[in-house]
Design a protein around this ligand. Structure first.
Ligand code: HEM
Ligand code: HEM
Length: 302
């Protein structure tokens, strides 16, 4: 199958979906057919069997973290992830059948809830994995992030040089917008990534507008000052090259704005793809601890 159309959900013809379904069907059949002397619970032979399978599955699901970091080929990792997703989901039913649907307010149920939280956060992860890469590709329009950042740096430089030739105040506006642009950083900063070209664009546009108005006005020089103190210099200079330069500056800043918001979105998508793991991974460790507590509790205090 073409790798492009293969997602973690249909990897190898959805092989792991079928394996997980088979596991579920066999467990359901066994549950339906067995007739223990007591109501179904974790302590019957089937309860122990399903509990052991579920416990081992959890340990195996944890092993994915190790695997993910030690393996270099991505295609096989996708198979692992596919198995992780389907077998992880099958755990919901396995655990409930294991406990014979006996849930109460106790340590065991707390463990079950922890496990369910890990699984639900996993669903959110799958949603992110399926949704954001496509959005990222579309957003990037085939450029890489570093290429976009490089172009932004070049545009910044050109804009600064150009602004320098116009007026120190315009130079200040451009410089401030460059300094106020925040892209990247920690995960939270990534989610808030923003670019400050809007303010600069507004400033330069105002300058151009004020200049044009002041030129139209009779006697020009005075009226320009009342519109924008910031651009009083423009009122006195009747040099067309400045207007031309301002227009060019607006073009540069607009191009930069487009690029910078594209990069900001790219970074946000990636941060969203990572932030759910901040729930999934710690909760999965808590689940393992609770698994041990559960097993110890049933063996010692049952
Ligand atoms: C995914 C793994 C597991 C989950 C989510 C899970 C969950 C539960 C829950 C919710 C109960 C019901 C407790 C109650 O009666 O209120 C239970 C009972 C029990 N579990 Fe597990 N369990 C798991 C794995 C295991 C393992 C690996 C073992 C032992 C090898 C085990 C042994 C038992 C026993 C003996 C009971 C019966 C306790 C009783 O009826 O009081 N479980 N389990
Ligand atoms: C109790 C069940 C589960 C446990 C203990 C568990 C544990 C883990 C661990 C330890 C990782 C490695 C993360 C890392 O090292 O970065 C992981 C990754 C992942 N898990 Fe789970 N998981 C469980 C269930 C699920 C389920 C049900 C789903 C989806 C339906 C899921 C989706 C994922 C995904 C998409 C990743 C990939 C993270 C990545 O490659 O960046 N997990 N899980």
């Amino acid at each position: 199958m073409n790798a492009r159309h293969e997602s973690i959900l249909n990897h190898s013809g959805a092989r792991w979906l079928w394996i997980a379904l088979a596991l579920i069907v066999v467990s359901l059949l066994a549950y339906a057919l067995h007739s223990p002397a007591v109501p179904p619970n974790g302590g019957t032979w089937l309860g122990y069997t399903l509990g052991t399978i579920a416990g081992l599955l959890i340990l195996w699901l944890m092993y994915f973290g190790v695997r993910k970091r030690s393996y270099s080929g991505t295609s096989n990792l996708r198979g692992w992830l596919s198995a992780h997703v389907y077998l992880g989901t099958a755990l919901i039913l396995l655990a409930l059948l294991h406990a014979g649907f006996q849930v109460g307010w106790n340590l065991h149920t707390f463990f079950l809830v922890l496990m369910l939280l890990v699984i639900v956060s996993g669903f959110f992860g799958v949603y992110c994995y399926l949704r954001y890469p496509t959005l990222m590709t579309r957003n990037r329009e085939s450029a890489t992030r570093s290429a976009m950042l490089e172009e932004i740096a070049e545009l910044d430089q050109t804009a600064l040089t150009l602004a320098d030739g116009i007026d120190p105040k315009v130079h200040d506006i451009v410089l401030r917008s460059i300094q106020n642009t925040r892209l990247g950083g920690g995960v939270l900063a990534q989610l808030r990534a923003h670019d400050d070209s809007d303010a600069a664009l507004a400033g330069i546009r105002a300058a151009l507008e004020a200049r044009e108005k002041s030129q139209q006005a009779a006697g020009g020089a005075k009226s320009g000052q009342t519109i924008f103190a910031m651009v009083d210099f423009l009122a006195s200079g009747t040099n067309d090259r400045q207007a031309e330069a301002l227009r060019k500056l607006i073009d540069l800043l607009s191009r930069k704005k487009t690029l910078a918001s594209r990069v900001a979105r790219d970074i946000q998508y990636q941060a969203l793809m990572e932030i759910w793991l901040y729930f999934h991974v710690p909760l999965s460790f808590a689940t393992v601890a609770a698994l041990f507590a559960h097993v110890i509790a049933v063996f010692f205090y049952w």
